[in-house]
Write a protein that binds this ligand. Structure first.
Ligand code: GDD
Ligand code: MG
Length: 347
């Protein structure tokens, strides 16, 4: 079974981090989420991928190439204009054959794809939508199910008091190829607003099944941060390159920590990082590879992507800092989400 990864959205709610980066390439635990996603699906037996790109496509294509480095086969589709979630699936039709799994590439999850496929086969559905329960469904696609799990209503982002349930579309679909016939070609089509409601109205079997395991939509900076705290707290389990040093401290290779610097767990520090004297890193800090934390600097509840500098005595609290950004000496940043267009600029 091939996997089709939808990775062409503009990531507007995660700007400025996604100004020049596809959202699925945002690092989770110091590694692009898309790498984790592909590795996780590969573990479940999927070895052929189609990635539907659009926003800064070269950032994905140059990173993954043909997939050989990851032991998988990857092909790409692009869209002259954004085709929407169903349009992107239709656009990939020539690269698909047989049953496939389509996945929103911006959701961080440990879904059990095999059990979704079993449920799909058991019910003989045309589409099986992976579901998850959330407290506030208004930001998602919300479903109403019959006793047998069949979806009888699908409503995208309803007002909170009109949501038919708390069970939402997790963004993972097992699909029979006949679904492609139901999607018009050459125009923007939303799977959530158009395809699913019309399949249901036509009486086709659209099944809902729990995905099991961790799930979080990366969507906003707030949720992006929460994913990291879940990772540090062990609620989200991902293979990380950094070694556990005990007590909730993980450190990569060739990282130098000066005498008198303090790592306060839980904390994740990448490789080749330099942490200066009397600096304090953590609790809840994720420091990317090749970062420099200057003397007396303090980084708490923050995520720094690769190659960032927090110069002497700078203080960062509840921040997300895009790759290569330099925070000047004694600068104070609180609840900031910052990125640079060209690396090596100072704010
Ligand atoms: N190729 C391509 N082209 N990909 C697209 C396009 C497009 O025009 N539009 C969106 N995508 C990709 C995004 O990159 C993302 O990975 C995925 O499709 C979903 O788009 P989002 O913009 O992130 O949608 P959402 O988070 O508001 O809602 C969707 O996901 C929820 C679960 O996280 C819906 O599918 C909801 O029903 C669902 O609950
Ligand atoms: Mg999303």
């Amino acid at each position: 079974m091939k996997a089709l990864l939808l990775a062409g959205g503009f990531g507007t709610r995660m700007r400025p981090l996604t100004e020049r980066l596809p959202k699925p390439m945002a690092p989770v635990g110091n590694r692009p989420w898309l790498e984790h996603l592909i590795a996780g699906l590969k573990e479940q037996g999927i070895e052929e991928f189609v990635i539907a790109v659009k926003h800064f496509p070269e950032k994905i294509i140059e990173h993954f190439g043909d997939g050989a480095k990851w032991g998988v086969k990857i092909r790409y589709t692009n869209e002259p204009v954004p085709l929407g979630t169903a349009g992107a699936i239709k656009n990939a039709e020539p690269l698909l054959d047989g049953r496939f799994v389509a996945v929103n590439a911006d959701i961080v999850h440990r879904a059990d794809i095999r059990s979704l496929v079993r449920e799909h086969e058991r019910t003989g559905a045309l589409v099986t939508i992976g579901l998850v329960e959330v407290a506030d469904p208004s930001q998602f696609g919300v479903v109403e199910q019959a006793e047998d799990g069949r979806i009888v209503r699908f409503v995208e982002k309803p007002p909170r008091d009109e949501a038919p349930s708390n069970r939402i579309n997790a963004g993972i679909y097992i699909m029979e190829p006949e679904v492609l016939e139901a999607i018009p070609a050459g125009r923007e089509v939303s799977i959530e607003r158009e395809t699913f409601p019309s399949l249901i109205a036509a009486g086709r079997r659209v099944q809902g099944a729990d995905i099991g395991g961790y799930w979080m939509d990366m969507g906003t900076s707030e949720r992006y941060r929460r994913i990291h705290w879940d990772l540090l707290d062990g609620k989200l389990e991902l293979p990380l390159a950094e070694q556990e040093r005990g007590g909730g401290i993980r450190i990569g290779e060739d990282t130098e920590i000066a005498q008198g610097a303090m790592l306060v767990p839980p904390v994740l520090v990448g490789s080749r990082v330099k942490i200066g004297e009397r600096a304090v890193v953590g609790p809840y800090a994720v420091i990317g590879d090749d970062c420099v934390i200057g003397r007396g600097a303090r980084v708490t509840h923050s995520i720094l992507w690769d190659r960032c500098t927090a110069a002497e005595a700078a203080q960062l609290n509840r921040c997300i800092v895009g790759s290569g950004l330099k925070i000047g000496a004694r600068h104070l940043l609180h609840e900031a989400v910052v990125s640079v267009i060209t690396e090596a600029e100072t704010i």
